[in-house]
Design a protein around this ligand. Sequence first.
Ligand code: ACO
Length: 428
Amino acid sequence: MAKNTMTLTDNRNGKSYEYDIVSGTRGPDVVNISTFYKDSGMFTYDPGYTSTASCESKITFIDGENSELRYRGYPIQELAGKHSYLDVCYLLMRGRLPSPEESKGFDLEIRHRSFINEGLVRIFDAFPDGAHPMATLGAAVMALSTFYKEHLNLEDEAEFKEMRRRIVAKMPTIAAMAYRNSIGVPMIYPDVDRYFTENFLYMLRAYPGGKMKNLGNGLKDEIKQVEVDALDAIFTLHADHEQNASTTTVRNVASTEAHPYVAIASGIAALWGSAHGGANEKVMDQLRMIGDVKNVPSYIAKAKDKNDPFRLMGFGHRVYKNRDPRAETLKGLQDKLREELNLDSQLLDVAAAVEEAALKDDYFKDRGLYPNIDFYSGVILTALRIPVEMFTPIFVIGRTVGWITQWSELKQDPAHRIARPRQLYTGK
Ligand code: ACO
């Protein structure tokens, strides 16, 4: 069968260059232009990589036009709330869902790796009160690389897998400690009798000695199953998202042969920005700033004003030019929780009014700007009594498995090379 090719012609001199068109299992075909510079002496120019496929991958598929997101072939709607987050981690890392025995075994492996070295606990002392947990989390994960140097022997499959499990298991502990340090309260160590997500809520909320808040009348502020289930679904919805900014950062750093935990720390840095994972924190600030349904029209006008840098946080996405399927799932979860937990109805009303106004407005419709995952996660996390500065660390906990799985794929890809783009120089 004839190969599919694309011919590019330089109109200045009539020279033509032919490139293979490669098809994946789904999604747009790609033109393999990897020899373009060698052939023509020219670079391609694509700021923000809007037309660039940077790698081949088998992990996550997104169809942004049709609101579709799949992990290893499974639609997100069949995973979030239907399988535990740890089963989804297993799926992402190993390519298939675990059997019930494998699921139990994996859960135990993660529980027993949730502790961190005592030396790493002390790193938090170096940061001032009020330090943002994203900063201390990033620093502690970077420091984690100094405790697991032996895992640089990536030829050893057992070590390779151990290294992946460790980072997933330890991230909630480090995130919870980063938060406790920021408010100056004693650290709480993991409780191996608790499942991953429950354990994280416990480490955030417990008092020294592992006691839960006494509510009087013999009642304790125990963690509710509905809270664990909601946060577990949130972790699943954040678990991977193909070649987004933070994952691309992890892959770029990994391509230099840096330590895997250093690559993960760089992903944390990239995720923190308000155009990426940091948006969930900004959504809450913005909803509180809007404050009342009657103020919504003036903020919509601000977002549309090209002379005003104000953007509607939680709206728009590079890939989804239609509804974000994660946001749709979260909206369903939010409606369910409204019944069962104490959701802030003033905030919910403002959020609903913003959404309704934006979805009707030609500015947002013409540009394909819909609510993204960050628009809904904040209201739900608030109902779970998660402090706003922990919203992005929660994104980190969920995404760690995606980063480390993408890192593994890069390491096992014989075609991988150091990431080294070029430039169009316009300086002196
Ligand atoms: N509010 C108002 N206008 C917007 C918004 C917004 N939230 N998002 C995009 N636009 C406008 C832009 O001004 C631009 O308009 P123009 O064509 O008239 O110049 C157009 O829509 C396209 O926007 P770009 O910035 O070119 O789109 P890009 O794909 O580069 O950016 C991004 C996507 C960064 C997510 C952007 O929509 C944004 O800043 N949103 C707000 C922050 C946010 O919610 N981020 C979370 C993303 S999800 C995640 O990372 C988990």
